[in-house]
Design a protein around this ligand. Structure first.
Ligand code: F6P
Length: 287
């Protein structure tokens, strides 16, 4: 078994390291990746894909497991058209924006990291009677913001999948203030556009004291939660089994409590729907 360093960049450059049984010892509690990772624009070119095929050939690779998000699987799907080497995808991104799986590896860890940070921010919010706008990652989707917002007890959640008017946000804050609620946490997904502008608007149009915190890359690190580890174990073993059983161009995923698999084509051509009932729950729960 070989590990490919820095994802597609290493596949193009032939940077492979042997992964024997001991190579993965004592890493179960670590965040990030011992194989490292990189964004690789070259892999989007025909030349890059051909160089990757060449690496597979020269190293006698007879099965490839790609761990990543939507971009990684689009790459895997294109590579699959040029090589006969079977390819299996394992979904791992804090964005949880991959179709074909309820959850991706790392999502639960990021949710819990953001949650702990907001719990701490809430101490200042409550002591000073302030509104806090907390920006979370998620790229152009709101899965992370939604789950973090709900579990952090946010009064407002702003996600790209649900158009909102700033006026409605002011109204909501006034309603809360009238009912005696002096602190509101607003969780905003980075995908809604410029969150600082939203903060400025709230500051300009309401009497409330407002502060802005962008959680940033803190959400991408740290020791994985039990749930993220379990998912990695389930997905990893299933991916190996799928290769052994002769599958290709397929991604493993979770549906309810079952591990399922979906073709990479379907994964790449399907937009994962957001659970709007979860969003409306916020309106019921925030009082
Ligand atoms: O896709 C994962 C993610 O963390 C997104 O949520 C975020 O927008 C992006 O990656 C950040 O990428 P970078 O570390 O390259 O700035």
């Amino acid at each position: 078994v070989w590990g490919i360093e820095r994802g597609y960049q290493g596949l193009i450059a032939g940077q492979l390291v042997p992964l024997d049984l001991r190579a993965v010892g004592s890493i179960i509690h670590m965040g990030g990746t011992v194989l490292k990772t990189a964004r690789c624009p070259e892999f989007k070119t025909r030349e890059g894909l051909e160089m990757a095929c060449e690496t597979l050939k020269t190293h006698g690779i007879d099965g490839l497991i790609v761990i990543g998000g939507g971009g990684s699987f689009r790459g895997a799907s294109e590579l699959g058209e040029l090589t006969s080497v079977p390819i299996i995808g394992v979904p791992a991104t804090i964005d949880n924006d991959v179709a074909g799986t309820d959850e991706t590896i790392g999502f639960d860890t990021a949710v819990n990291t953001a949650l702990q940070a907001i719990d701490k921010i809430r101490d200042t919010a409550t002591s000073h009677d302030r509104i806090f706008v907390v920006e979370v990652m998620g790229r152009d989707r709101g899965f992370l913001a939604l789950e973090v917002g709900l579990t952090a007890g946010a009064g407002v959640i702003l996600i790209p999948e649900h158009a909102f008017k700033l006026h409605d946000v002011y109204e909501k804050l006034h309603q809360y203030a009238e009912s005696g609620k002096k602190t509101t946490i607003i969780v905003a997904a980075e995908g809604i556009g410029s969150v600082p502008e939203v903060v400025q608007h709230i500051d300009d149009h309401t009497p409330f004291e407002v502060r802005y915190t962008k959680l940033g890359h803190v959400q991408r690190g740290g020791s994985p939660t039990a749930r993220s580890r379990l998912l990695a174990q389930l997905f990893g073993t299933s991916a190996v089994r799928l290769l052994q059983d002769g599958h290709t161009n397929t991604m493993v995923g979770l549906e309810g409590k079952r591990v399922v698999h979906t073709t990479l084509d379907d994964v790449c051509n399907t937009v994962k729907p957001i659970d709007q009932t979860m969003r409306t729950l916020v309106e019921e729960l925030a009082v």
